[in-house]
Design a protein around this ligand. Structure first.
Ligand code: TYD
Ligand code: MG
Length: 440
C-alpha cells in the first residue's frame, strides 16, 4: 500500500504526489497530476471498495437440496439427483436422444406434482406433444415457445419451478434483434438463465448441440458457467450418458440406456449388454474388467493383426487411448519379443464405448498377443491391470469391485495384478500371459 502513496506524478514538475487529481504540492499547478505507471501496483479505479472476506468456518447453511431425476442411471451421473439452483449442460450430436431423455425426466418430475417448465425452442409444441404421446408421458407438464432469455428467467423467478429444461441453448436470444445461436447470444442467455436458476432454486438443464468434432456448438465459456456438463453418446445400439464436469459429484460417471420405441430405457446390467454379441473362441477377443467413473463394467476388447502392405504399418484404435495402446504394443514387442514388425494392428472396444481406464491395458496386451499368435482366450477369463514400460503389471483402483462384477457375470478366472487374493495374480505382463493360458 505504501507504493500507492507515490503512484502519481505531476506533469509540470515531475513531483511525486499522493493524490490522483488536485493541485501539485510543489509547483502549484492544477489538474496535471497523472498516474505513474511504473510506480502503480495495478491500473484501475483507485476508489474501489476492497473485497470483503469471510472466515471460512463461520460460513453456515445447508447443503443444496437434491431431488431424484426419475432415472437411477441419470442420478448416478449427476452424483445423486438434480441439485436445486444448479445448472446442467446436456450435450450430444443431433438425433442422439437429448430431447427424448429430458422430456422423460420432465414428465417424471411433473408426475410427482412438481412445477416443471419445458422451453421448446427447437420444435413446435405439437412435435413435443407427439413425442410425449409416443413416450406415454406428459401429464401436468407446462410448455413454452418463449425463447427470450429474460422472459424465461422472469418465469423462473416468479413461479420457482423445481425443474426447467431449455431445448436448446442455441435457440435462446437476449435483447432486441439478437440472432439465436450467435456466440454472444448463447453466452449471455446462459448467464441470465443461470442467474435466475440460482435465485429461484430451480434445477436448470440446458441442451447444447455439439459439432461433428464433438465440441459444444457455442462458446466454450458456457461449459465453464454451468455446474455440470453431461454428454450423451452412442455406443452401438446403446446410449451412454457421461459426466464430463460435475461440481456436485464425480466426473467420468456413466449411465447406460437403450433407445426403444418408447424412449430411452435404463440398462440395468450394462456388462451383459456390452458382451451380448461377443464371439466365441475367436483369437483376439478378450474381456476387460474396467472402471468407468465409479462403475465396474465388463467390456470386450478386440484385436486383429494382419500383414501390412505399407512401409509404416498401421495402428488403428477405437474406443481406447491411442497412446496407451501404442505403449502396450511396444512393450509386447520389446519385452516379450512378439513379432509385430510389418503387421497392421487394429484394436477396438466392441459396442462402441470409449474407455479411459488404464486398467484396460492388460486386455489390450492379451487381445493383441492372442490375435498375433492365433490362440483364443478361455471364455471365463477376464483381464485387468495397467501395463508399465518395464513390462510390469501395475495395480489398479477398486480391484475388488471389478472382480466382483466379473464374478457376477460368470468370469471366474480373473487375471490381474497381485494386489488381491481374488485374482490370479501376476507381477509382469509375461506372467499374466502365462496365467491366461495356464493349463491349456
Ligand atoms: P431426439 O430426442 O429428438 O434427439 P436430439 O434431441 O438429441 O436431437 O431423438 C432422436 C431419435 O430418437 C430420433 O431419430 C427418433 C428416435 N426416437 C426413438 O427411437 N424412440 C422414441 O420413443 C423417441 C421419442 C425417439
Ligand atoms: Mg432435440
Amino acid at each position: 500500500m505504501a507504493r500507492v502513496a507515490s503512484a502519481y506524478v505531476c506533469t509540470e514538475c515531475g513531483a511525486k504526489s499522493p493524490a490522483p487529481l488536485g493541485r501539485c504540492t510543489r509547483c502549484g499547478s492544477w489538474g496535471t497530476v497523472v498516474e505513474d505507471e511504473a510506480l502503480s501496483p495495478a491500473r484501475g479505479p483507485r476508489d474501489a471498495v476492497p473485497a470483503q472476506t469471510l472466515a471460512l468456518l463461520g460460513i453456515e447453511g445447508d447443503a443444496p437440496a437434491r431431488f431424484p431425476s426419475g432415472a437411477v442411471e441419470v442420478d448416478r451421473v449427476l452424483g445423486g439427483g438434480f441439485v436445486a439452483g444448479s445448472a446442467v449442460l446436456l450435450t450430444g450430436e443431433p438425433g442422439i436422444g437429448k430431447s427424448t431423455l429430458l422430456l422423460q425426466l420432465a414428465a417424471f418430475a411433473a408426475a410427482t406434482g412438481a412445477d416443471v417448465l419445458y422451453v421448446a425452442g427447437e420444435e413446435s409444441p405439437l412435435q413435443v406433444r407427439l413425442r410425449a404421446d409416443r413416450l406415454r408421458v406428459g401429464d401436468g407438464l407446462a410448455l413454452t415457445r418463449q425463447t427470450e432469455a429474460e422472459a424465461v428467467a422472469a418465469y423462473l423467478r416468479a413461479r420457482r419451478p423445481r425443474l426447467a429444461i431449455v431445448d436448446s441453448i442455441q435457440t435462446m436470444t437476449l435483447g432486441d434483434g439478437g440472432v439465436p445461436g450467435a456466440l454472444a447470444q448463447v453466452r449471455d442467455s446462459t448467464a441470465v438463465l443461470i442467474g435466475a436458476a440460482k435465485e429461484s432454486g430451480a434445477a436448470l438443464v440446458l441442451i447444447g448441440h455439439v459439432t461433428k468434432q464433438g465440441t459444444v456448438a457455442g462458446p466454450k465459456v458456457v461449459e465453464h458457467m454451468v455446474d455440470a456438463t453431461l454428454a450423451l453418446e452412442s455406443a452401438g445400439d446403446l446410449r451412454v450418458l457421461r459426466s464430463l464436469k460435475n461440481r456436485f459429484g464425480a466426473t467420468g460417471e456413466v449411465g447406460v440406456f437403450e433407445m426403444t420405441s418408447e424412449g430411452l430405457k435404463e440398462v440395468a446390467n450394462p456388462s451383459a449388454a456390452f458382451l451380448a454379441e461377443r464371439p466365441h473362441g475367436v483369437p483376439g477377443s478378450v474381456v476387460a474388467a474396467v472402471l468407468e467413473g465409479q462403475r465396474p463394467l465388463l467390456l470386450e476388447v478386440q484385436a486383429l493383426a494382419s500383414k501390412s502392405p505399407y512401409a509404416a504399418p498401421r495402428r488403428v484404435v477405437q474406443g481406447l487411448d491411442q497412446r496407451r495402446v501404442d505403449v502396450v504394443l511396444a512393450v509386447l514387442e520389446r519385452r516379450l519379443g512378439l513379432p509385430l514388425e510389418g503387421l497392421d494392428v487394429y484394436v477396438n472396444v466392441a459396442g462402441g464405448l470409449r474407455v479411459t481406464d488404464p486398467g484396460a491395458d492388460l486386455a489390450v496386451a492379451v487381445a493383441a498377443y492372442s490375435a498375433v499368435t492365433n490362440r483364443p482366450v478361455a471364455e471365463s477369463t477376464a483381464l485387468v491391470g495397467e501395463v508399465g514400460l518395464a513390462g510390469e503389471l501395475r495395480s489398479v483402483s477398486q480391484l475388488a469391485r471389478r472382480v466382483q462384477e466379473a464374478e457376477r457375470a460368470g468370469f471366474h478366472h480373473v487375471v490381474g495384478p497381485r494386489s488381491s487374493e481374488r485374482v490370479r495374480g501376476a507381477g509382469t505382463l509375461a506372467e499374466a500371459l502365462e496365467a491366461v493360458w495356464e493349463g491349456s
